[in-house]
Structures are given as structure tokens and as C-alpha cells.
Ligand binder design. Structure first.
Ligand code: GGG
Length: 358
């Protein structure tokens, strides 16, 4: 049976890293006898917006709903479309419309990548950020009053629901229970944000009673961010709200050396809707068009997609190939400049594909 994959490269370096993600997926498909049927779409990009005045066609839900997974690049081209318009018009529509309420973001030291944290060695950092992905601070509920006057006021609500919190906590606890250290850290800020965050803490305490084998700690987001830098080896599964999870899942990979390698999965665990796989990084207009973007975040996201589709062996083989190429170092492998190499996006993608092919 063939897996139907909708491919949307999006904007900026999304268009450069996507071909490498696909190159590696095709090799994995050949090697493991998996049938992948890719269909490309030009929407969810600022070019599409320029032409159509919107990021997505009106029937996007019907168009994409029948796919087994969505493979996305990056969104944002602020010269053309304000960032909040492009993000809300595309990625956030997918997350909400397809109830992808888990954003799973692994953060791991990789061979050959030097962490900017002085005494860290590869292997020290190995955790997951589980980000709530459909509500929280990303509500878009609010507005402006007295616009354009000196009395101008803006307000935006944070929305936290019991169902929304419990389902992401359940996923995070289950993940922690499966991992060797059985450890879960909750990111909060309940001293300053005095209504929603204490409620989050209450739900964590309630859920913890169901998982006696999981050790739970909670940190305020400010000191947690500091501890990501000072003690990244403390963490195993870190769960947080939409905004906190977003910030921590950039900071975590940055502590390993580059966010260019970081993948993510936007998951609808029940499988009622397609899940979406994308690198953590954005469209990076500052380096777009130069062919130097690191394709590993996209390639690793492809590995997560294969695992999600039931092909753990193929996903694992892709990550092994990534690690083998990284381990060779910038003298032997065409690593991109963020990895202290002089290689191009394409050369690095090809090196990983060749390693995978064996
Ligand atoms: N690769 C996905 C992408 O383009 N991300 C840009 C971004 O700003 N994402 C915000 C978010 O994940 O909420």
C-alpha cells in the first residue's frame, strides 16, 4: 500500500531543504520497500499569497485531508507578507484544522557537532520538547481599541482548556514512561501568570498520580531557560504551553550546536487527520537563495514521518546516516556553514542519501 504524502516547500530556505528531504526519503523508500506517493502543492507560501491574496485555497481541508501525512518546509517572507499573516494563514491552520495538538521536537547532541556550551560532550543532551500545539498563547483572540489614537489599547487572550492541557500532558507522561530515565519537566510561570499557569500546574499534579513511575519536576520558564544552557543533561521530556514549547524547542537544539538539524512532528495522535512534519527552523530570509541552508532538520523530519507511518526501521536508518555523515566532520563531509563546513545544502543532502543507500 502506498502512503500519500502532500509536499509543501513553503518559503525561503524551505524550498532549498525540501528537495534534500525528498531525496533521502526516496532512497529510504527504495531500500525498505516502502511505496511513497508524493504530490506537490505551491500553497502555504508567500508566493501563493501574492498571487491569490491568501495563503491557502478555500478547500485546503478537503484537498489535504485524504493524505497520510504532510511534509512541510518553512513559512515566512516578511518583505511580501507580514509574518503573523503568513504563519496564521498556513501552519497554524493545519495544526488547528487537523487537530495536531502535539508538537514533538527531539533535541539531541549529534556526533561531530560542537555544542557552544563549553564542557558539553555529544551524548549529554538527549530530550524531547512536547509542545501544546492548538491553544495557549497562540489564540488569536483579542483586538485593538482606540486604534490610531494615544489611548490605543491591544489585548490578546491565552486560552487553556482542561481537555487541551490533559491530552498534551498524557502524551508527555506516556513518552516519559517509555524512556529510560522516566523523567518529566513541566515548563510554567505560575508566579507571574497567575490564572492559566497555576491551572496547568494543577493538571500536571493530577496527571502525575496516574504515572507513579515518572519523576516530575516543574520550573518557571525563566530559570528553565537558564538550566537548558547550564544543565541540558538534566532533561528527558519537557512539556510546555504553545509559546513556552516553541521557545524551548529552539533553545534546546541551539544548545546542541545548531537549530539547523532540529526536526518536528505536529501530530494528531488519534490518526483522524494527517500529521505534519517540518523542520523547527523557519524560512531564514537572511540566507535564502545561497544554497547553504542545513537540510538535516528537513531530512530528520522525514525520518519522523516514516516512523509515524509505521516504518521505524527506515526512520532509524535515516538518523543513522545523518549521524554517520556528521561524525565524519567538516574536513571529510560537505557540512554546511552552521556546522563549520563549506558544503552546500545539496551536497550535504546527497552525502546523507549516499550513506543511506549503503
Ligand atoms: N519550519 C516551520 C516554520 O517555518 N516555522 C516558522 C515559525 O515561525 N514557526 C512558528 C511555530 O512553529 O509556531
Amino acid at each position: 500500500m502506498s502512503h500519500k504524502i502532500a509536499v509543501m516547500a513553503g518559503d525561503g530556505i524551505g524550498r532549498e531543504v525540501m528537495p534534500e528531504g525528498l531525496r533521502v526519503l526516496k532512497i529510504a523508500a527504495e531500500r525498505f520497500g516502502i511505496a511513497l506517493d508524493f504530490k506537490h502543492f505551491d500553497f502555504a507560501s508567500c508566493d501563493y499569497y501574492r498571487e491569490h491574496g491568501k495563503m491557502l485555497p478555500d478547500d485546503w481541508r478537503d484537498t489535504l485531508g485524504g493524505f497520510d501525512a504532510l511534509f512541510y518546509g518553512a513559512v515566512g517572507w516578511p518583505d511580501t507578507v507580514p509574518d503573523h499573516v503568513s504563519l496564521w494563514g498556513s501552519l497554524l491552520q493545519f495544526r488547528r484544522g487537523f487537530d495536531q495538538y502535539i508538537n514533538l521536537r527531539p533535541c539531541r547532541s549529534m556526533p561531530g557537532i560542537k555544542s557552544p556550551l563549553a564542557d558539553r560532550q555529544p551524548g549529554d543532551i538527549d530530550f524531547y520538547v512536547v509542545r501544546e500545539n492548538t491553544e495557549g498563547e497562540y489564540s488569536s483572540i483579542g483586538g485593538r481599541m482606540f486604534e490610531g489614537t494615544e489611548r490605543e489599547v491591544v489585548i490578546q487572550e491565552t486560552v487553556m482548556s482542561r481537555i487541551g492541557i490533559d491530552r498534551v500532558l498524557k502524551y508527555a507522561f506516556e513518552l516519559a514512561a517509555r524512556r529510560p530515565r522516566h523523567k518529566l519537566t513541566s515548563a510554567t510561570k505560575s508566579n507571574g501568570i497567575s490564572i492559566t499557569m497555576p491551572y496547568w500546574d494543577e493538571r500536571v499534579a493530577a496527571m502525575a498520580r496516574t504515572y507513579p513511575d515518572v519523576t516530575v519536576d516543574k520550573f518557571h520558564i525563566d530559570i528553565l531557560a537558564a538550566n537548558f544552557v547550564l544543565h541540558p543533561d538534566w532533561f528527558d521530556v519537557v512539556v510546555g504551553s504553545n509559546l513556552f514549547g516553541d521557545i524551548l524547542s529552539d533553545l534546546g537544539p541551539a544548545c546542541t550546536g545548531t537549530i539547523g538539524v532540529a526536526p518536528s512532528a505536529n501530530i494528531n495522535p488519534e490518526g483522524h487527520f494527517p500529521s505534519l512534519f517540518e523542520p523547527v527552523h523557519g524560512s531564514a530570509p537572511d540566507i535564502a537563495g545561497r544554497g547553504i541552508a542545513n537540510p538535516i532538520g528537513q531530512i530528520w523530519s522525514g525520518a519522523m514521518m516514516l516512523e509515524h507511518l509505521g516504518h521505524e526501521d527506515a526512520g532509524r536508518a535515516i538518523v543513522d546516516a545523518i549521524e554517520a555523515v556528521l561524525a565524519a566532520g567538516p574536513q571529510q563531509a560537505p557540512l554546511t556553514p552552521d556546522l563549520k563546513g563549506k558544503g552546500s545544502t545539496e551536497a550535504l543532502g546527497k552525502a546523507i542519501a549516499e550513506k543511506l543507500a549503503g
